[in-house]
Design a protein. Structure first.
Length: 133
């Protein structure tokens, strides 16, 4: 992964960590229906990324390159690209999965805070006798 790509991934991770903290603190709120749809979509993305990760991990066991030393070197290089390497597909997919998990958690927290806020307001109105119109 190039330095630019690594920086972009780290930037996205940091951004979603910040948004999650804002949702935890009640600063970030969103409509319940929209938040649920976004959380569902991010969970679906996570499932697709898991399938991609499984396929990438399977690529570590490549065959059919022959017995030549250069062929085995090439097989090893491709296996490293799939898994275990610093720039492997598996590593990138895992980073994406971390971000998608943060997104889902953030959406759930944001809708939870608005639901809590709505319930608190309803309880206050009921206590004042204003909720019986």
């Amino acid at each position: 992964m190039s330095d630019t790509e690594q920086s972009e991934m780290q930037g996205m991770l940091t951004r979603w960590q910040t948004l999650k903290k804002q949702a935890e603190g009640g600063e970030l709120r969103m409509d319940t229906e929209i938040g649920q749809q976004l959380a569902t979509h991010s969970e679906q993305m996570h499932t697709k990324l898991e399938a991609m990760l499984n396929k990438a991990l399977e690529l570590e066991h490549l065959t059919g390159f022959g017995n030549l030393t250069s062929a085995q070197d090439l097989r090893q290089k491709f296996a490293q690209k799939a898994n275990n390497g610093n720039d492997s597909a598996a590593k990138r997919i895992k980073q994406s999965m971390d971000i998608v998990s943060l997104m889902s958690d953030t959406y759930k927290l944001a809708i939870g805070k608005i639901t809590e806020s709505d319930q608190s307001a309803a309880d206050k109105l009921a206590g004042l006798g204003m909720g019986d119109a």
